[in-house]
Design a protein around this ligand. Structure first.
Ligand SMILES: C[S@@+](CC[C@H](N)C(=O)[O-])C[C@H]1O[C@@H](n2cnc3c(N)ncnc32)[C@H](O)[C@@H]1O
Length: 194
């Protein structure tokens, strides 16, 4: 049986809490904004090992018919296909793309959700500009200083200011984390691509 070699940080309290927080809010947002019968395509940018999509589908298994995962790390992307194999067996189409999200031109299909919970890691803005008009967009970022965080907002206002020109904002949320060695905030928004 193949062994998955995946980073333990993906299972840290902060990483899992951030994704459960996303799932809980998405459940409410889906009831208001998403036509349940439509069968949305979930595009996850910086999908890492696929825990975000695994949890989101487990909370909302009647919204999505297809998942497209995009990441620069080929090994983590392969792991994410294993992590999501349950949903493939449940007839969800799972596709992986080893690409820089700033270089892709997404399909212009209707009924798409684009998720990026790694905004603090991703340079440039082509990835956002290229999302088709009318698609739903769900973003998370953090003010936590870290060597790999090259695009941190200073606060919730700064987070919104980075995206407001491209996204019609439907809701925003903020969550504080406190640990013995650090404290930080995560910011989240749901909107529609302008
Ligand atoms: C540490 S992980 C994600 C952390 C974040 N808290 C989350 O759970 O989504 C960041 C991921 O973004 C990916 N990434 C960074 N820049 C990218 C880019 N330009 N295109 C695609 N993936 C990218 C990395 O390969 C990595 O898998």
């Amino acid at each position: 049986m193949p062994i998955l070699n995946i980073p333990s940080d993906a299972f840290s309290h902060g990483q899992i809490k951030s994704k459960l927080w996303l799932c809980e809010h998405f459940k409410k947002w889906a009831e208001i904004h998403f036509k349940q019968e439509s069968g949305y395509t979930l595009n996850w940018y910086g999908s890492w090992i696929g825990l975000g999509p695994l949890l989101l589908l487990s909370f909302n298994n009647n919204v999505f018919k297809k998942i497209n995962l995009f990441d620069l790390n080929e090994y983590d992307l392969k792991s994410s296909a294993s992590v999501l194999d349950f949903w493939r067996c449940e007839s969800i189409e799972v596709n992986t793309f080893n690409s820089d999200v700033n270089t892709i031109t997404p399909s212009k299909d209707a009924n798409q959700l684009f998720v990026n919970t790694a905004c603090e890691h991703i340079a440039g803005s082509a990835w956002l500009k290229n999302i088709p008009v009318g698609s739903y967009v769900l973003l998370q970022s953090t003010d936590m200083p870290h060597i790999e965080h090259i695009n941190c907002p200073e606060n919730a206002k700064d987070f919104l200011s980075k995206y407001i020109e491209e996204i019609q904002i439907l809701d925003t949320q903020e969550l504080a984390f406190q640990y013995p060695d650090k404290s930080f905030k995560r910011f989240m928004l749901l909107g529609i691509k302008k």
